[in-house]
Structures are given as structure tokens and as C-alpha cells.
Design a protein around this ligand. Sequence first.
Ligand code: SF4
Length: 320
Amino acid sequence: MFLEVKNLSKYYKRSDFWNLKQEVIKAVDDLSFNLNKGEILGVVGESGCGKSTLGRLILRLVEPSGGEVFFKGENLFKLNAQKIKEKRIEMQIVFQDPYTSLNPKMQIGEIILEPLFFHNKIKQNQKESKTRELLEMVGLNKDLSTRYPHELSGGQRQRIGIARALTLCPELIIADEPVSALDVSIQAQIVNLLQDLQEKLNLAYIFIAHDLCIVKHLSQRIMVMYKGKIVELTLSEDLYAHPLHPYTKCLLSAVYDPFSSCEISLKLKENSSDLTLYQGCSFYPRCLEAIDICMFKEPELICAGKEHYTACHLVKEGVK
Ligand code: SF4
């Protein structure tokens, strides 16, 4: 298996101002899934659902509270600092904000070649040709190599972020909301660029977004997260044609009709004060389809049909 995530968790402790009350925040809670070589998995959910933490855990930029991540058969959490540094040559990240993720004091050429110098993989006389090659790969002119990030547009900066991620010829890219900070017209260009690069280089992506529209055309499978858990995971076309989880249905209805009753009810229920007083489904306080058991018992992720997994008491195993 190319990438295998097993029971991955990340918990944070939070205390009140007087340090009298402590609570555990489950940013990522017992996630398991696989990714094939060259596959694009879209990860969708609202802000704070744990999708960015998941990306950072896979790259081991943060240490987990539990679980394992196997990349090409190797457990990343068992590797020492030197080995994980070498492993990251094959796994790269594109960050959300193309402005803050680029060093403002460095020229574009220096930024995109930095990973090669860090890993001693380039000679001085190869600098110019490599810079030109990378800039052309992301649709930019080589003349930009001596510019600074503040001289570029948002779209150009994100192309630089992508070029930097490609510098070491990785096999897996975690794209952490790569288009959220961009204008709508530029978003489509960046998504198309990522798609072209994926086809050309057979890259695998974990494409994180909070908008189902963005991941629709790009992803082969989509994973919907809510409060650190997977609530639905299936093939892209299946998710849009037959969503099973009430949260996925709400996300889809919000995409197509922002004034739908579903979205309005989400807003009303968000202010519920008893959010921490129950042990059941984490979506219970906002769910319009909730039944009695939802308040007391957490639903397990079950297989509802071919490659279609969901965690909801309303869905029975293999019924789809
Ligand atoms: Fe709604 Fe119950 Fe399903 Fe949770 S388990 S999503 S509360 S119906």
C-alpha cells in the first residue's frame, strides 16, 4: 500500500483562564484510510474539523497522540530525525497562504531551489537550468527568478509554492487548502495546474478543502470530516449522487443553494449550549435527522456499499 493511515489521533489539552477546568480537544480522532499511488483524495470539512492537522500528522510535522502512518510500507512514527528528513523528499506540502509561506527576503529562484540545497542534491552550475525547468513546469516565466514574493500576484505566489513542492520530485503532495486564499478565477487555474501536474508526474494528492465544489472535479475519492472524525468516505461521483451522512447532505445543499433550509438550521443549532453534555454522535446538536440513540451512542464507520463508508445510525451496513 502506498499510504496507510491507521487509528491516527491527535489530542490537545485546553484549560480555562484559572486553570480550574481542563478539557481534551480531539483534533483528529481515530482516523483510518488508505491512499493509492497516483490517487487524489479530497478531504473536506468546515474550519477546525482537523483536516489540516491530519495533513501535518502524515508528514510528521506534529507528533500524534496515537496511531500509525505507513508510507510505502514504512511506519513514519518509528523513524528517527534523519530518516524522516530523507522520507520527506518523497512527501511535500503546498500551504494555504502563498504569501506567508514564502520567505519575503529570498528571491524566487532561491526559494524554489532551497530544498535541493538543503538535501545537497544540486551543483552550482545546475542552478539556472533547474530554476527555468521548475518555473516552466508551473507556467511561469524564467525572468521571475530574481523577483521577490511581494512583487508577484497571489496566483503567481501559489505557483511558486507548488514549484517548491515539486523541486525534489515527490510522490505524495499534501495540498492544504491551496486555493482558499485566491480569487475565484485564479482558483480554477491553480486546480487545473495541479491536475495537469498529477497526470504528468503520476503524483498522489491529499487535497484539503472546505468547499465540495473545489474537490469535485479533481478527486477520485472524497473523505468528509467532522470534529476530527471521518463521517463519510467514498468515490467522488458516488458522494455527489448518493450522499448518506446528514452532514454531507448539508454541505452539498450549501454548495448548490446557500439559502436552503438546511443551511439555516445549521446556523440556528450552532448556538446550542449543551454541546458537551452528551456522549453520542458529534453531529447530533446540529442534525435535523437525529433519532434518540444518536444522543447516547457514537456511530461507527461502516461500509454501506461498494467503497462507500459512513458513520450514522440511520445507515445500515451494506444496504446501499
Ligand atoms: Fe444525525 Fe444521528 Fe446520523 Fe449523527 S448518527 S448524523 S445525529 S442521524
